[in-house]
Write a protein that binds this ligand. Sequence first.
Ligand SMILES: CC(C)(COP(=O)(O)OP(=O)(O)OC[C@H]1O[C@@H](n2cnc3c(N)ncnc32)[C@H](O)[C@@H]1OP(=O)(O)O)[C@@H](O)C(=O)NCCC(=O)NCCS
Length: 144
Amino acid sequence: MQITEATEVTEALVSAMDKLIPQLSRSNPAPTADELQIIVDSDASRLLLAIDDDGTILGALTLVLFRIPTGVRAWIEDVVVDTDARGRGVGDKLNRFALDMAQENGAVSVDLTSRPSREAANRLYQRIGFEPRDTNVYRYSLNG
Ligand SMILES: CC(C)(COP(=O)(O)OP(=O)(O)OC[C@H]1O[C@@H](n2cnc3c(N)ncnc32)[C@H](O)[C@@H]1OP(=O)(O)O)[C@@H](O)C(=O)NCCC(=O)NCCS
């Protein structure tokens, strides 16, 4: 298994995301090929894929990188590993690859959020070394 950054949108990528995104979110549809192309084309978003030795896409993670006045910031978003491939360190490898990439791009820290009910995810992040931040996380909903 290896981690690579998606550089093109293939049918295999679209169908892998079709399978993976429902395992992450019931409320958000999987991205279309055009939406994936936007992610792949943007310098601010790096779509990282865990690919098995037979070419199967086992999981994905999106690293978001952007400069603001106080420095380069990085967020890890939409981490998901196929249910059949869990517990084998795929999520661990995806996150560590993203952390290395963030560091190479000048970020001094990497942020993420994860609901407490996501037990496997919270255990994984804390094992890797993510620590709770003393801050309030807010959301303003624009959907009425
Ligand atoms: C979170 C997730 C990405 C982890 O992927 P993974 O490839 O299984 O990760 P790893 O194998 O590196 O380690 C995961 C940890 O969860 C544990 N785990 C694996 N499967 C589990 C399960 N079904 N239930 C509970 N814990 C589980 C592993 O034992 C491991 O913890 P440990 O090493 O302390 O024992 C994956 O479970 C997933 O996609 N979950 C659904 C989507 C999600 O919650 N994404 C995170 C959004 S913030």
